[in-house]
Design a protein around this ligand. Sequence first.
Ligand code: HEM
Length: 132
Amino acid sequence: MRSRITEAEIRDLVFAFYERVRDDPRLGPIFEERLAGKWDAHLERMCDFWSTVMLASGRYRGNPVEAHRRVESITTTDFDRWIELFEKTAEDVLPPHVAMDVVGRSMRMRQVLERGIGPSATPPMDANQPVE
Ligand code: HEM
């Protein structure tokens, strides 16, 4: 059974997902605050991101952990809600095996992001600081 997502399916998923995100009472305003007037660019960037993660296209260049550090007030509950919406959208727009694959990747990505931005995150090494 096919589980490899196509570029067209990535677009369908990304556009449908962020439509739901924008309608969501909690997540909507967090995104709107940062992305008002920049949604088109964000959606293209997210297509590039998922195409890089799922298909190794290499189109996304960026640092998701850094990007999320800049978004204040993201909580674990927000990540739960993000995953819930992402999973529902994937199930609605993709064939089952394809959906399962991308949802699995999103859950691992969530862990990376949450650890990266969380208070327990290891601070980056600073070459100018003496090692104690
Ligand atoms: C597994 C979960 C998530 C994934 C995979 C993900 C992925 C990404 C990626 C790849 C970007 C683009 C970063 C860049 O510009 O290079 C981004 C941006 C952003 N994400 Fe997430 N994200 C997740 C969860 C969340 C959650 C829970 C929130 C908020 C509640 C959030 C809010 C944002 C915002 C506001 C931006 C735009 C940042 C900016 O350009 O200033 N994300 N996300």
